[in-house]
Design a binder for this molecule. Structure first.
Ligand code: SF4
Length: 203
């Protein structure tokens, strides 16, 4: 379905090793997140303000290709279903935007409250919810709060140091290497819905 045509097909051999490295990086992120979640005793059990309705943008070719690989593991029926859902989400998003409304569309990969491509989900889906810090060179450390449910349940507990910086650095380095290898330099800014709905193939 996604990226199954022309040049992209030939590029697959080139980019697959990068996806293996991404997988290892995601495992390290998941492990750190797990440590933090255990420290706080914070486990996501779903909530009204479902973060799968948040309009997260993803900027890496790595995540795009990883989601694409995930989609290819699904049955044809399921692929068609999520593509139709994604098209509808994109249509509704445009309509809401044109009316000046806040966009809160459910991600097309969310089925009955669960992510059907959980293993392949993008970085922000893995890291959202728990407070973190970021060390940008030459700048003050920035701190991100947890989600609203985290604040309700865990406010007042001593902070667990969750520094996203090494993950972001490794991700950026890997993205750079991948882009050089496949010859793709354009900027990306896509929601999961837009990736699945079949936006122009990146390369
Ligand atoms: S990719 Fe999965 S975890 Fe991320 S928003 Fe979509 S359904 Fe939720």
């Amino acid at each position: 379905m996604l990226l199954q045509t022309g040049k992209a097909k030939h590029q697959r051999k080139t980019y697959l090793p990068f996806l293996s490295r991404l997988e290892a990086l995601f495992e390290a992120m998941d492990q750190k997140y797990k440590e933090a979640a255990e420290y706080y005793g914070f486990y996501c059990e779903g909530c009204e303000d479902n973060c799968c309705r948040a309009r997260f943008y993803h900027h890496s070719l790595l995540e795009y290709l990883y989601i694409t690989e995930g989609c290819s593991t699904l049955s044809q029926d399921k692929q068609i279903k999520i593509k139709n859902k994604a098209l509808e989400v994109c249509r509704q998003t445009d309509a809401d935007e044109n009316k000046g409304l806040t966009v809160r569309q459910m991600c097309p990969l969310n089925f009955g409250g669960l992510c059907i491509l959980y293993h392949y989900r993008p970085m922000i889906c893995r890291l959202h919810g728990i407070p973190h810090e970021l060390h940008k060179p030459g700048q003050k450390i920035t701190y991100g709060p947890g989600c609203d449910m985290f604040k309700k349940r865990c406010q007042g507990k001593n902070d667990f140091k969750f520094d996203r910086t090494p993950f972001y650095i490794e991700m950026a380095g890997l993205e750079n290497e991948l882009r050089q290898a496949v010859g793709f330099l354009k900027k990306l800014k896509m929601t999961v819905a837009r990736m699945i709905a079949g936006s122009p193939i990146p390369f």
